[in-house]
Design a protein around this ligand. Sequence first.
Ligand SMILES: O=C(O)c1cc(=O)[nH]c(=O)n1[C@@H]1O[C@H](COP(=O)(O)O)[C@@H](O)[C@H]1O
Length: 285
Amino acid sequence: MTAFFDRLRERIERVDSVVSVGLDADPDRIPDFLADRDLPRWAFNRRIIDATHEHAACYKPNAAFYEDADGWRALRETVAYAHGTDVPVLLDAKRADIGNTSRQYAALLDDVDAITVTPYMGRDSLDPFLSRADAGVFVLCRPSNPGGADLQDLELASGEPLYRRVAALADLWNEHGNVGLVVGATAPEELETLRAEVPDIPFLVPGVGAQGGDAEAAVEYGLADGVGLVNSSRGIIFAGEQRSPNARSGAGNAGEDAAAGDEAAYFGAAGEAAKRLKKRLNRYR
Ligand SMILES: O=C(O)c1cc(=O)[nH]c(=O)n1[C@@H]1O[C@H](COP(=O)(O)O)[C@@H](O)[C@H]1O
């Protein structure tokens, strides 16, 4: 098997897209017309994948939305289906722990192509992931949330901010060429700084769409030799809520006759949102 970033490059070139579609299947936002399915999150994701795969460089399910018995089943089905459409899957799990625990976490990579990890327990906590040379390991570096600066902007004694040290360490840890960094689109200056710091490491850039991040900076600095990912989750998968507002759980009952039309409109909107983001990002590639 080729290494993750080679596979990702192939996928990016094939669909001419760096869009990561975030499968954050919030149970409270699954449309009413799927509520009686055996696994509503899986029913939802299957339709999202059908609607978006031709624009997707990867799918990024966030594990937080699946960490219950039905959720794990829904995730397993989702991953297999995504692979059936030839799209790599990056599990946003943000794991890492002491060695024997991390070895268990790293088993998540048996089913997916890449994973997100946190760097704060240091090199040995990441070794079980890093040693999977075929898998992508995305190290959280400069988060997109408002508190992302609380720790990451702290200045070390050397004067450099912590996020730059994380990037430098990730570069050292990149012995198999399988390391990426997670850097938020809401931090365009940090994106620029980090691209200069680690020119060869691809970034996963979340925070465009619902979080209002900078799409141009995400592309300009996120890609290393053309490879990298810009993620949108809610902005794509729940785009249908604008189109068919009655479909949303708890927002009203559209009635059975409207359900089929609602479904087509709902997922059509997700496909269009993915395509729109692809085109917007491609302007800067
Ligand atoms: O690791 C991530 O993917 C991540 C890091 C980060 O700094 N900010 C961030 O938003 N994410 C994830 O990216 C996704 C963003 O979702 P939307 O804001 O709905 O596009 C969520 O799954 C977040 O957990």
